[in-house]
Ligand binder design. Structure first.
Ligand SMILES: NC(=O)C1=CN([C@@H]2O[C@H](COP(=O)(O)OP(=O)(O)OC[C@H]3O[C@@H](n4cnc5c(N)ncnc54)[C@H](O)[C@@H]3O)[C@@H](O)[C@H]2O)[C@@H](O)CC1
Ligand SMILES: Nc1ncnc2c1ncn2[C@@H]1O[C@H](COP(=O)(O)OP(=O)(O)O)[C@@H](O)[C@H]1O
Ligand SMILES: [K+]
Length: 485
């Protein structure tokens, strides 16, 4: 698992380590990693024009020391001081290495920047965001915001130090103006904003520099290929189609027959031995035509997936009966309407997008989109259910308080029917015996991996995603475990 910690957890771990090391050691480790990452990002160092945006704290200190190291290797490094306070020793080191400070005069330009600063930023090869790190509050002050805007206007890429300044580090929310980075270089561990949207998108790719922190249990985890490999229910020699798991699928309607076909494709491409389709005859025929492997009609199952494309055909009483049974149930789309906040749902997984979760919670969709982690968590707690909240980053929250995210999906996956594939696949993983948290995590990862194969940088259809699931699974199960994962 890739782990993300809260600001408090990071500060505690940092204090413990600093007490055992000579002063300044951690910042030097961070700055060295940062300088190397900036060099790699640029592809060259000698002669590169680097502008550092410097705030009052240690985040600015990291940026200044990295600037010093780049200046020693021949970069032209200019610091823009955005606060009266700054890390004095780090600035002295930068100046001693040949770096400069821009805009130290009193005059300002139309953007509110000290004169000369906008021109420096416009000509830069890279801007380094050392405005604030984990000590920052959301938002940017006027001068910082103006500097960031100039970089944007001139398409100068920004490398964020630790976090893109202005985002909310512990929630991944972006209530105010913030930096949008081409690369974020972080230290010690990932922070929540690196994994949860909308902030995760503002980070760009995230590069982690190890600085030796000893960290506690993570607040949030992001599932990696090695985790999927360890969890995937691979059939054994003695397995038969029943022991591999049978999924009952209640999906599709006269209104949306395709959803049943697509969800079945997802389910059959999972680890189970059989799908039992339960629905109107006309839809069952369409499913059988596409998938002769299915069995139509009720029978013994190890889990249910209910809801994709049911539309007005949703039989609330029937779904509530299923919820009272022992078998795990996945509720997707309209099926989620059957959930109430009384009762024990710890074997239930719901797979809403932001609109469906908003309807369940009776709030606006935009509120869920802006505060994805918060709403996934509170739903898991209030309904005693595991929630897989779909979107650009998928957030999975369990009633135990555990949270996992999946960040490897391509935006091409945002296409009609992709959610039906996911519901079928996650249902299949439940029927094969995974608990709701693991089924959701493995499902989201493989769904995204299949979408990446189907897309290869271009458009895809939901059925193509389902068709690539076996390849994605095969590739992953065959992969050797990389060291350190
Ligand atoms: N904690 C760690 O493990 C390590 C931290 N390091 C660096 O230190 C950073 C944290 O440093 P600090 O604690 O000094 O905090 P920051 O540098 O994040 O912020 C410092 C100050 O900025 C001001 N501020 C807050 N929000 C602002 C806003 N929106 N606009 C303008 N100013 C604002 C506040 O006065 C705050 O105290 C990390 O992000 C990282 O870059 C690294 O040097 C090494 C290890
Ligand atoms: N911007 C995005 N980047 C990556 N994946 C996305 C993005 N937006 C949506 N997705 C994923 O695409 C799928 C869309 O599912 P859903 O919204 O249920 O569509 P449908 O109901 O049409 O099947 C989900 O797996 C979701 O997580
Ligand atoms: K920053």
């Amino acid at each position: 698992m890739r782990r993300a910690h809260t600001v408090d957890q990071v500060r505690t771990a940092e204090a413990d380590l600093m007490a055992r090391l000579p002063e300044g050691t951690l910042m030097q480790r961070a700055a060295t990693g940062l300088a190397v990452a900036i060099s790699n990002f640029l592809g060259h160092t000698y002669g590169a024009r680097v502008v550092l945006l410097i705030g009052s704290g240690d985040n600015g200190g990291d940026a200044l020391y990295a600037g010093e190291k780049l200046a020693r290797r021949g970069a032209q490094v200019t610091a823009v001081l955005l606060s009266e306070h700054y890390h004095q020793a780090a600035l002295a080191a930068l100046l001693a290495a040949g770096g400069r400070v821009a805009g130290s005069g009193a005059a300002t330009d139309a953007a509110g920047l000290a004169s000369g600063v906008a021109g420096e930023i416009a000509r830069a090869d890279v801007v380094v965001d050392g405005i604030v790190g984990i000590g920052g509050r959301p938002g940017l002050r006027a001068e910082a915001a103006a500097a960031v805007r100039v970089a944007g206007e001139h398409r100068v890429p920004i490398v964020a130090v630790d976090v893109p300044s202005g985002v909310d580090v512990d929630s991944g929310e972006t209530p105010e103006e913030h930096v949008s980075a081409a690369l974020t270089v972080t230290f010690g561990t990932h922070k929540i904003c690196h994994l949860v949207d909308p902030a995760a998108t503002a980070c760009g790719p995230v590069h982690l520099v190890d600085i030796g922190l000893d960290l506690p249990h993570a607040a949030i985890e992001s599932i990696q290929s090695a985790d999927v490999r360890a969890l995937y229910p691979v059939p054994r020699g003695e397995s038969d189609k029943y022991s591999r798991g049978v999924l009952g699928l209640m999906a599709g309607s006269a209104q949306y027959p395709g959803a049943a076909v697509i969800a079945t494709s997802g389910a059959l491409a999972g680890p189970i031995g059989m799908v039992r389709y339960v629905g109107p005859d006309s839809v069952a025929e369409a499913v059988r035509a596409a998938h002769p492997e299915i069995v139509a009609g009720e029978g013994r199952v190890q889990a249910w997936a209910v809801g994709s494309g049911l539309g007005d055909d949703l039989d609330l009483a029937k779904v509530r009966e299923l919820l009272d049974e022992e078998e795990p149930v996945l509720l997707d789309a309209d099926g989620i309407k059957a959930l109430d906040d009384s009762g024990d749902h710890d074997s239930v997984l719901i797979t809403p997008h932001a609109g469906e979760l908003a309807r369940l919670l009776e709030v606006d969709r935009a509120v869920v989109e802006a505060q994805r982690l918060k709403h996934a968590r509170l739903t898991a707690e209030r309904f005693d259910v595991t929630v897989l909240l779909k979107g650009s980053t998928t957030v999975i929250a369990a009633p135990s308080g555990e949270v996992r995210v999946n960040t490897n999906a391509t935006a091409w996956l945002a296409t009609a029917g992709a959610g039906d594939v996911l519901a079928g696949l996650c249902g299949s993983l439940l029927a094969a015996g995974l608990n709701p948290l693991d089924a959701a995590s493995v499902g989201a990862y493989l769904h995204a991996a299949a979408a990446n194969l189907a897309s290869a940088g271009g458009p895809l259809t939901a059925m193509q995603v389902a068709a690539k699931l076996p390849d994605a699974t095969r590739g992953l199960l065959a992969e050797p475990d990389p060291a350190g994962e």
